[in-house]
Design a protein around this ligand. Structure first.
Ligand code: IVH
Length: 750
């Protein structure tokens, strides 16, 4: 390369030539980096080229090309973030609220590992109130930055992360693959200044630093992110090609050496009392730290122990967040509104005179249910000393972290003389159907089903939500608008998939509406079409059936493997489901009657005769048994799914949806590479190298099912010393039996 003439010395002609040389280079580098994901020049070279181009343009503004790459942050401005699949899931943390919870955490770790009173170290560090970010470095270069998203898939915010000063673009002496995880946050001072600037510009202000940080990171235009002073603390990692250290403390030190900011209040503690002492110290400094924290995170220090402890479905066993106590404030309860949820639940919401609670303005709070308003807890016990809550009351609002605020207390001395107890509605305020409360249920529910507009809208919102169909461009706000739309109504999920066809005769119908343009409409059609192929678990979850959460939906999907098997089997099981419900009722009746005339209760008999009377056909009984046999599925869930598929209106809507889909994808099989995948394993006798809990967790992680008793279904018995009747039964049944070492050998490389 010939020596570059410095920008100040360039003539007009030379400048024009330089622009003609540099602009395509920068544009190409942008495209390589952002669109093809294959950067061909280093960040440093890129920065130098772009800086020089910008400097020349500043000196010779007349020469600046209209579409100069200095004006663009990415290659082409995108309308949404790309998705990034996390190689290692980004999890959340379990919570501790008291000192006892912390001691219990230490105990549970020891118990799981079977380590008695041996020394056990933990780290303790502030829990930063921001949003988590995963930074992927390959051979020392920052290649990708992703938000947590749903834990499995996050948003690609690479460009934006590159604008954060605390985030190094380049690392030296790092593992070839290194995913650094931590929290993006905004300091109090920067937050105040940002809100002042926003106010001045007539733009929207942020409720708290966390929202400001999230809003700033998730900007489609990275120039905006760049103008917002974000910071980053590293505290964890994801995929790694080589370990960072053998302890959490060592790993954090290594991240610091690599150039990351780590929290200066991180300590290694040798006991729960030391952890609690550090918690108190951090709590005392909380107000002067200059950034928001909402608790202290404890982590097992030894990384080999962390690996043995592993994870529950969404949280690690080796860490916990000790939250700071909730914030409180007093204000007036102006009204009580009733919201109707997806499953018809009537939820009372307190409308409050706005009040600041821990830095956040709160104007709504939950009142849970009618018992809560009347001053009774879940078991009918008096709460708040039995005080009820009335409109007009002076109430205490309680806010813990990101939990929905609640009305915690009432000041009776300030109650108006003419105040009247709140009367909870017995008809649905949205559709007028009766709202009933089942025996033992704290919640009153609207019986309107899909005729209730509130339930229908909530069901639709759930359908498009992130863990369900996740349709980009179709969120809660759009669903509400479409539900009310005369020209293009969406009243049930299937209607989403016919929207485009219905809009076709007149393409401008939707594109002309407020908030919609040709591009966003075209994108919506595309986003909808993409979801005509959907994983079975997302479909089952998306139906919004009561008691079916994400995990249960996955269990059901794995159990049935396909939609047809799922719907046919559950339909077939209907007579058995009804018999089961009749048996529940018979059992309850027996309990009541026995209590009345003090005779011996015969619950099992009552059940048995109810089931016998129902004369369940054998294929229905088999189908029901198969349903109940699914992992994680109990009678409550089974009945709920059965009810949903047996309800004629609901079933018809589901069938219309299925007809609109192109492919329902079978669930990925659990890890089948391990030698115990799909097998039923029983542990018996004394295990010496691991606890029962650890053995069970590891077996389940490897795709095995762990059972407590030996039967013909058992594939493998792991027998330690002292094994008795189970080992004998296994031998009789010809079941393979191995000892603990055999088990470790079998599973150690899996
Ligand atoms: S460790 C496996 N350490 O809290 C989980 N998380 O409530 C690893 N957070 O998603 C997380 N400060 O966004 C960890 N010092 C800290 C943290 C921290 C804040 C956030 C993080 C996480 C959430 C869980």
């Amino acid at each position: 390369m010939t020596a570059e003439i410095s920008v100040e010395n360039l003539t007009q002609t030379e400048a024009a030539q330089e622009i003609a040389r540099l602009a395509p280079l920068v544009a190409q580098a942008n495209e390589d980096y952002h669109q093809s994901d294959t950067p061909r020049i280093s960040d440093a070279v890129y920065d130098a080229l772009k800086r020089r181009l910008a400097a020349i343009e500043t000196r010779f503004p007349n020469l600046k090309q209209e579409d100069s790459p200095t004006e663009k942050v990415g290659a082409t401005p995108s309308d949404g973030f790309g998705k990034i699949q996390h190689v290692v899931r980004m999890l959340s943390l379990g919570n501790a609220f008291s000192d006892e919870d912390v001691t219990e955490f230490d105990q549970s770790v020891r118990k799981f590992l079977g380590m008695g009173k041996d020394p056990l170290n933990f780290t303790a560090e502030p829990k930063i109130d921001g949003l988590s970010l995963s930074l992927r470095y390959e051979n020392g270069t920052l290649m990708q930055a992703a938000t947590r998203g749903d834990g499995s898939t996050g948003e690609n915010v690479t460009e934006n992360a590159l604008t954060i000063a605390d985030i190094p673009h380049q690392l030296t002496d790092a593992p070839d693959i290194l995913e650094v995880r931590g929290e993006v946050y905004m300091s109090h001072a920067d937050f105040e200044a940002l809100n002042a600037r926003q106010t001045e510009a007539g733009a929207k202000t942020f409720a708290n630093p966390r929202n400001a940080a999230a809003g700033s990171l998730r900007q489609l235009d990275a120039r905006i992110t760049k103008s917002r002073p974000l910071r980053f603390f590293a505290y964890a990692w994801g995929a790694l090609s080589a370990p960072l250290a053998s302890t959490q403390t060592g790993a954090i030190e290594r991240l610091e050496t690599l150039g990351f900011q780590t929290n200066p209040l991180t300590r290694t503690c040798t006991s729960p009392s030391a952890m609690i002492a550090h918690y108190r110290k951090i709590e005392a400094q909380r107000a002067t730290l200059g950034y928001d924290i909402d608790g202290v995170v404890y982590k097992v220090d030894d990384l080999a122990l962390q690996a043995r402890l592993g994870f529950r479905s969404t949280t690690p066993r080796w860490a916990i967040a000790h939250k700071f106590p909730a914030e409180l404030a007093w204000t007036t309860l102006e009204a009580i509104d009733i919201q109707v949820g997806r499953t018809g639940a009537l939820s009372p919401v307190a409308r409050l005179k706005p009040v600041t609670v821990g830095g956040v303005v709160v104007s709504n709070a939950t009142l849970h249910n009618e018992d809560y308003i009347e001053g009774r807890g879940n078991k009918g016990e008096a709460i708040r000393g039995g005080k009820d809550i009335r409109v007009g009351d002076w109430v205490q609002v309680y806010r813990a972290g990101d939990v929905i605020p609640k009305v915690a207390d009432v000041d009776l001395s300030k109650r108006a003389k003419d105040s009247a107890p709140y009367i909870f509605p017995t008809v649905c305020p949205k559709c007028g159907s009766t709202a009933v409360r089942d025996e033992g249920d704290a919640v009153r529910r609207c019986t309107g089903g899909l005729i209730c507009p509130a339930q229908a809208v909530e069901k639709l919102k759930h359908f498009v939500s992130r863990a369900a169909f996740d349709i980009e461009g179709l969120g809660a706000k759009q669903i509400e608008a479409f539900y009310e739309d005369d020209q293009l109504p969406v009243k049930e999920p299937a209607d989403i998939f016919t929207l485009h066809a219905r809009d076709k005769d007149n393409f401008t119908k939707l594109a002309n509406r407020d908030g919609w343009g040709d591009t966003s409409v075209a994108k919506l059609w595309q986003a909808i079409d993409e979801k005509r192929k959907i994983p079975l678990a997302r479909l089952i979850f998306g139906l919004g059936i009561r008691h079916i959460g994400e995990v249960t939906a996955q269990d059901l999907a794995r159990h049935y493997g396909g939609w047809d098997a799922f719907s046919e089997n559950i339909t077939k099981a209907r007579p058995a489901a009804l018999a089961h419900r009749a048996a529940d009722i018979a059992e309850e009746r027996e309990r009541i009657e026995a209590a009345r005339d003090t005779r011996r209760v015969r619950l099992a008999d009552a059940r048995k005769s109810a089931i016998a009377a129902a004369k369940v056909p054998p294929d229905a009984a088999r189908a029901w048994a198969f349903l109940i046999d699914a992992d994680g599925i109990g009678a409550t869930v089974a009945l709920s799914v059965s009810d949903a598929l047996a309800n004629p209106d609901e079933r018809a809507a589901i069938d219309r949806l299925i007809a609109a889909l192109e492919e329902i994808q079978a669930p990925e099989a659990r890890d089948t590479s391990s030698p115990v995948a799909g097998k039923t394993v029983v542990f018996t006798g004394t295990l010496e190298k691991m606890t029962r809990a650890e053995a069970k967790a590891r077996a389940e992680m490897l795709g095995a099912k762990v059972s407590g008793s030996v039967s013909a279904k058992t594939d493998l018995l792991v027998a330690g010393p002292g094994a008795g009747s189970k080992a004998k039964k296994a031998a009789d049944l010809g079941i393979e039996t191995i000892d603990e070492d055999g088990w470790l050998a079998l599973t150690s490389n899996a």
